[in-house]
Ligand binder design. Structure first.
Ligand code: PLP
Length: 400
């Protein structure tokens, strides 16, 4: 029986059409795009097309910059450290505002900057699990806040943040706004012509492109000290020979991500809701965050009395791949900061399982996964020392 992959927030399958598009640029058209001879110039057109697809995918303007990075961790490091060098190290500002639920690459970079003397404020999430505009208004101080960094969608819960309003608050206060849009691209519309973000990061492997390449949008006219110094690639903003095959793949993957938004919002959402209903039909389960506030592909569920890691192993044995939360956090035994921020009890935090679908997930797989999950929950509860039988009460959903 085929395995069922429900861990698409960790990474996605490369779309076969993307792989096919990348193929010529390994062994046939392998020139350095900066070389002046034919080997170099012939890859230029492919690079240009890929860049155009990236600009179109996020609705960037001709004068904006999109620079190619090795991953979203790099893009996020670049923004935070760049702003440190530009506005914080020698003034005039002193503070970065972010949230308590960012990906570790934002959280840990902020912790690093705190060691260098930057004041970082981690805004709390509200009862829905998001940071709203009022919270930002309460925290923002135009005279000292250099940057606000808030993700577009959370990798663990799928909750979508009100980035339009947040960006507008920053604009009104003349404060830079960065959003980590890694979990938003291909799931919800991402439009920088409409949403006044200054910096935005994305990563190809989350939307059916290759691993090891991403992008950083920089609004026209904005200065940002480079993270990687060297040659003049990317207009001097990010040195290093561009990975042409991967860029070609990311460009096509971005275009396909845009084309599949309606499919995500209808078909993927329906499959997600079907799986969610099946989970909530089991006793003592809950799902974090209201459905309509989440990306269409994500469920963060809790099965009372079942250790998350045990369930992952059991599901895996049954052919279902899921995750205990962020793949990056799963190696650490510390309480998951997102759960802590959302006020989710330690017991629930240790029973959280994330199921994330993609446009490659089929209805048949969802039916099979629902059965495997039900059997797994029954089996593990039968041997659980902490599960004392079904408790009365609704299978609540909600942030807290
Ligand atoms: N930001 C978010 C929200 C993510 O989910 C991830 C990956 O899990 C990253 C950043 C890091 O992406 P990359 O693997 O491209 O560095």
């Amino acid at each position: 029986m085929d395995r069922i992959y429900l861990d698409n927030n960790a990474t996605t399958i490369v779309d076969p059409r993307v792989r096919e598009a990348m193929d010529p640029y390994f062994c046939r058209q392998y020139g350095n795009p900066n070389s002046l001879h034919g080997f170099g110039t012939e890859v230029h057109a492919a690079m240009r097309l890929a860049m155009d697809r990236l600009y179109a995918g996020i609705h960037a303007g001709d004068e904006d910059d999109v620079i190619i990075t090795s991953c979203a961790c790099e893009g996020n490091n670049h923004v935070l450290k760049g702003v440190y060098f530009d506005l914080l190290r020698n003034g005039p500002k002193s503070e970065i505002l972010t949230t308590q639920v960012e990906h570790p690459c934002v959280r840990n970079t902020c912790a690093f900057l705190e060691d260098l003397g930057v004041k970082v404020t981690y805004m709390p999430v509200n009862a829905d699990g998001i940071v709203d505009a009022d919270t930002l208004r309460r925290h923002i101080h135009p005279e000292r806040t250099a940057l606000v960094s808030v993700m577009w969608a959370n990798n663990e819960t799928g909750l979508i943040f009100p980035v339009q309003e947040l960006a507008e608050v920053c604009r009104a206060n003349n404060v830079l706004f960065h959003t980590d849009a890694v979990q938003a691209i291909g799931k919800v519309p991402v439009d920088v012509a409409r949403v006044p973000v200054d910096f935005l990061t994305f990563s190809a492997h989350k939307f059916h492109g290759p691993k090891g390449i991403g992008g950083l949008f920089i609004r026209k006219g904005l200065k940002l000290t480079p993270l990687i110094h060297g040659g003049e690639q990317m207009g001097g903003r990010r040195a290093g020979t561009v990975n042409v095959p991967y860029l070609v793949g990311m460009g096509l993957a971005m275009e396909m991500a845009g084309d599949s938004l309606a499919f995500e919002a209808s078909v993927v959402r329906r499959l997600r809701d079907r799986l969610e209903d099946a989970i909530l039909a089991l006793p003592d389960t809950l799902v974090v965050g209201r459905r309509e506030l989440r990306t269409p592909n994500t469920i963060l569920a809790s099965f009372r009395g079942i250790e998350g890691e045990a369930m992952i192993w059991d599901l895996n044995a049954g052919g279902v791949a899921a995750s205990t939360g962020s793949a990056c956090a799963s190696e650490s035994l510390e309480s998951n900061p997102t759960f802590v921020a959302m006020g989710i009890s330690d017991e629930l935090a240790h029973t959280g399982i994330r199921f994330s679908l993609s446009r490659f997930t089929s209805a048949e797989e969802i039916e099979r996964a629902a059965q495997v999950i039900r059997r797994s929950a029954e089996r593990l509860r039968a041997i659980s020392s902490t599960y004392d039988g079904a408790q009365a009460g609704p299978a609540t959903t909600g942030g807290n």
